[in-house]
Each structure stands twice: as structure tokens, then as C-alpha cells.
Design a protein around this ligand. Structure first.
Ligand code: DC
Length: 264
């Protein structure tokens, strides 16, 4: 049982208990009096947008785990589409080829321990979509209108009548413009490149920090300047600059803004 005012205490099925008051003498009865049971069968959407590699998925996963929400990594969907396009040499300038490819792409999420497991036509591609060939191509492919229309449709379906945390580039502006809470994340580009470099090194021993830095700069540029749903901060999004924050500190920052909603 978690102790502390406003903290999520327990969760079971559609109900969650939130600590309202910390008792000086926590007897069994007293603890029961201090806890508010809330119906989790609601439809709260937490939208997290921001630049590449600024910790969106770290925050989104931690938040979803703490609140018992469903986590959706929308970037993984665009990455899986990019992987399909790469493997099948789809010409991004050929509208008919793009439409045909989209018809043949079937994506599925399986969440285990709040880690994203994504399948592309029943093949587990969670690791492959993080490799450099996909990272180099994904911004171009995610800028294609038909690709976005299809992904947004699927994302909106996932958020219907469920509590979810979704991270991406257009979640608060296009996918869920009425999300109850929106965060816009940012961090120093050098710090972002170092974090991503450390993440990639174990599986890509030949990668250099410069290569990662350039890839991020290039993706930021493409994501913010593209015609279709460019990355931008929704007017009502809360800015979260995590350059100097630990993962725990950024989680607390977000929880302080989301938990009051659960109390109604
Ligand atoms: O979050 P990520 O780095 O895994 O995302 C990969 C790419 O997908 C990123 O360069 C931009 C694109 N993307 C997007 O256009 N819209 C989203 N909602 C999520 C990702």
C-alpha cells in the first residue's frame, strides 16, 4: 500500500483507491476512511508530445504503470510502417503503391510490463524498428498524408472509452485535441543525443554519438517543418523540460497534474 496524500494506493479491475489523507495513527479502520475509491471505467487521455529522444516513452510508460492506464507508443506504429516500406521498396512518391502497402499492413500491440511489443503482420518487430535504417527513414514516411490518416484512425480507436497515455508528435494537436492533460516535452539536444546513444550502443556497437546527434537534428527538422500535422505544442499543453530532471522527478511532475483529475 502506497502512503502519501493524493497517491494512488491500490487498483483492482475498474476501481482504484487514492489516498486522501495520511493518518497519524494508521489503524485498519483509519486507513479505510482515508481512501477514496474511484471508478477507473472512465475515458481519460493523457497526451505526451515532444522532440525525438526527450524521454516521452519513459514518462508515458511510468505514468501508465502508476495509474493503471493503457500505454500506446504511436511512434512505434510509424516505425513499423517504415520497416514495411523499406522491406518492400515502396516508392513513397507513388500514391498507388503507398495505398496498396497500407492495405497490407496489420499492426498489433501487446503490452507486457508496459513495454511496447508490436507485431507487423504477426511478426514481432519491436527490436528491429529501433535500428538506424528505420530511424533514418521514419520521418519521411510519417510525413505522408495517407500514412497519417490511417495511423490516426487506429490511434483514436485505441483511445475510445479507455484510460490511456499516448506519446508521439501530434497526439495533443490532432489525435486527441480534447485530451484532459497534455504535456509537451523538450530537453537540450546534446543531452538527448547522449541518452539515445547510450540506449543504442549495446545493440549497435559501431554507432557514434555524432551519428545519433545528426539523426535527431534531422528528425526534429522534418517533424517540425512537414506539411502534415507538424510537431508543435498544443496551446493548452504543459511544457516539461527534463534536461535536468531524473525520471522520478519528471514522473512526479506529471502525476501532480494528472492525479487531481482522478479525484474528480
Ligand atoms: O517517437 P519515435 O522517435 O519512436 O517516433 C518515430 C518517428 O515517427 C518520428 O521521427 C516522428 C514520427 N511520429 C509522428 O510523426 N507522429 C507521431 N504521433 C509519432 C511519431
Amino acid at each position: 500500500m502506497v502512503k502519501g496524500k493524493g497517491k494512488l494506493a491500490v487498483c483492482s479491475g475498474q476501481f482504484a483507491a487514492i489516498v486522501l489523507k495520511v493518518c497519524p495513527l494508521p489503524t485498519e479502520n483509519c486507513q479505510l476512511n482515508c481512501i477514496l475509491v474511484v471508478n477507473m471505467n472512465t475515458n481519460i487521455v493523457v497526451a505526451i508530445d515532444g522532440y525525438s529522444s526527450c524521454g516521452k516513452s519513459t514518462l508515458a510508460k511510468a505514468l501508465a504503470k502508476k495509474l493503471h492506464f493503457i500505454y500506446v507508443d504511436s511512434g512505434a506504429m510509424y516505425r513499423a510502417v517504415a520497416l514495411y516500406f523499406l522491406r518492400h521498396n515502396v516508392d513513397v512518391n507513388d500514391h498507388a503503391q503507398v495505398i496498396e502497402a497500407l492495405k497490407n499492413i496489420h499492426l498489433n500491440f501487446h503490452s507486457r510490463d508496459y513495454q511496447t511489443h508490436i507485431t507487423l503482420n504477426d511478426e514481432e518487430v519491436s527490436a528491429e524498428i529501433r535500428r538506424m535504417p528505420v530511424s533514418d527513414k521514419v520521418s519521411t514516411i510519417s510525413a505522408i498524408r495517407d500514412v497519417r490518416v490511417e495511423m490516426v484512425k487506429q490511434q483514436q480507436r485505441m483511445g475510445r472509452s479507455k484510460n490511456i497515455v499516448m506519446d508521439g508528435r501530434d497526439i495533443g494537436t490532432v489525435v486527441f485535441p480534447h485530451a484532459q492533460v497534455k504535456f509537451f516535452m523538450t530537453a537540450d539536444p546534446k543531452v538527448r543525443a547522449e541518452r539515445r546513444y547510450k540506449e543504442l550502443l549495446p545493440t549497435n556497437p559501431n554507432i557514434t554519438l555524432e551519428e545519433v546527434f545528426e539523426n535527431l537534428a534531422h528528425r526534429d527538422y522534418q517533424d517540425t517543418t512537414r506539411k502534415e500535422s507538424p510537431l508543435r505544442r498544443a496551446e493548452d499543453a504543459i511544457i516539461l523540460d527534463n534536461t535536468d530532471l531524473t525520471p522520478d522527478e519528471q514522473l512526479q511532475f506529471a502525476l501532480d497534474r494528472v492525479e487531481p483529475l482522478l479525484l474528480g
